[in-house]
Design a protein. Structure first.
Length: 113
């Protein structure tokens, strides 16, 4: 299983970004996809997850600002990030859980004026 993430970058506070992550390989149709992030000097934390049936879960820090979605036909997960804050600055990693965790390479998101 391979994951390819894209969409990171530099944005001003209050701005928006959309991350995408495409999974390829032996993808079982029942799985959980999600995004985690790791800021400098901090542990990696889960941001949002979504099941193949569309059930979502968000961390309290992003609830109401971020939206996770997926396209099962494309094995792709998205993270729409609105009202970004400097505290959202981190490397964002996509993941897929099929019996075990598989991780993408990470994409940098920097929120700064």
């Amino acid at each position: 299983v391979q994951l390819q993430a894209s969409g990171g970058g530099l944005v001003q506070p209050g701005g928006s970004l959309r991350l995408s992550c495409a999974a390829s390989g032996n993808i079982f149709r029942l799985n959980v996809m999600g995004w985690s992030r790791q800021a400098p000097g901090k542990q990696r934390e889960s941001v949002a997850t979504i099941t193949s049936g569309g059930i979502t879960n968000y961390s309290d820090s992003v609830k109401g600002r971020f939206t996770i979605s997926r396209d099962n036909a494309k094995n792709t997960v998205y993270l729409q990030m609105n009202s970004l804050e400097p505290e959202d600055t981190a490397v964002y990693y996509c993941r897929i859980i099929i019996g075990r965790d598989y991780w993408g390479q990470g994409t940098q998101v920097t929120v700064s004026s």
